[in-house]
Design a protein around this ligand. Structure first.
Ligand SMILES: NC(=O)c1ccc[n+]([C@@H]2O[C@H](COP(=O)([O-])OP(=O)(O)OC[C@H]3O[C@@H](n4cnc5c(N)ncnc54)[C@H](O)[C@@H]3O)[C@@H](O)[C@H]2O)c1
Length: 254
């Protein structure tokens, strides 16, 4: 028996057009769910939904826009014959800059997309999930929330705050049968990591390579299916990047 099946369930994946989001969409459809591919990238999103077939629908969504979230949830309910079971808050951007030089617009934009975008998503789905008495929300943090690199102040601030948002949402929504968890991906091979030197960045990890988007998506699939006693948790998918990170720093300074 396939215990990860999602037949009859409906999911929204924000930032679903490419990268990790596209892998989330694929694994959800492969396991029987109907999926809303929600993104600002219309062409990529349409192409992915077409490739996934009848079980997928592209809906334009800028996660900073609450009205668009409302339309997206309505589209999901229509597509899913009244059900909305899963939200994967995945959309994110990364704009590296030193604090001293960072334009305030960059700070605002990264916080708005990465953090407020998650909050908007949770608020948008909660009424439908509450009505049906069940739901699973998966947020997207990052290993940078545990081991912060330089030049990523708003990105790291958002990813740390997503841990708190996940925990509060789990506490407040548990009574409605809604579970809320977060993924904590490490270096993952997506357009966001394009241009980096994989062996220099990931060669020293216990698993010495970038992760694949599908490996993050498999953890999401576990969270929305089998993880029935897991809420308010943050699950790493990082090739061991966080394990021993502090000691690696000590070693290099000795
Ligand atoms: N790639 C990594 O190494 C890594 C590591 C840790 C966490 N993450 C997180 O995983 C998530 C996915 O990242 P990825 O690597 O696939 O990046 P990506 O850039 O390949 O994909 C991000 C997606 O989000 C969409 N997006 C951006 N702004 C949006 C907005 N305002 N509204 C709707 N969609 C929007 C983009 O169009 C894109 O499709 C992000 O939250 C990212 O922070 C990635």
């Amino acid at each position: 028996m396939n215990t990860f099946r999602l037949d009859g369930k409906t999911a929204i994946v924000s930032g679903g057009a490419r990268g990790i989001g596209a892998a989330h969409c694929r694994v959800l459809v492969e396991n029987g769910a109907r999926v809303i591919v929600a993104d600002v990238l219309h062409e990529d999103g349409e192409a992915l939904a077409a490739a996934l077939g009848d079980q997928a629908l592209f809906v334009p969504l800028d996660v900073t826009d609450r009205d668009q979230w409302g339309a997206c949830v309505q589209a999901a309910l229509d597509f899913g014959h009244g059900t909305l079971d899963i939200l994967v808050n995945n959309a994110g951007i990364n704009v590296p800059a030193a604090l001293e030089e960072m334009r305030p617009e960059i700070w605002d934009r990264v916080l708005n997309v990465n953090l407020t975008g998650h909050f908007n998503g949770i608020q948008a789905v909660v009424t439908a999930m509450r009505r049906q008495g069940s739901g699973s929300i998966v947020n997207t943090s990052s290993i940078t929330a545990v081991v912060p690199p330089t030049l990523l102040a708003p990105y790291v601030a958002a990813k740390m705050a997503i841990v708190g948002l996940t925990q509060i949402a789990a506490l407040e929504l548990g009574k409605y049968g809604i579970r809320v968890n977060a993924l904590q991906p490490g270096y993952t091979d997506t357009p966001m990591m394009a241009g980096g030197d994989e062996s220099a960045i990931a060669g020293g990890l216990p698993i010495p390579r970038y992760g694949k988007p599908e490996e993050v998506a498999d953890m999401m699939l576990y969270l929305v299916t089998r993880a029935s006693y897991t809420t308010g948790s943050v699950l790493p998918v990082d090739g061991g990047a966080v394990a021993g990170a502090g000691f690696a720093l000590l070693d290099s300074s000795n």
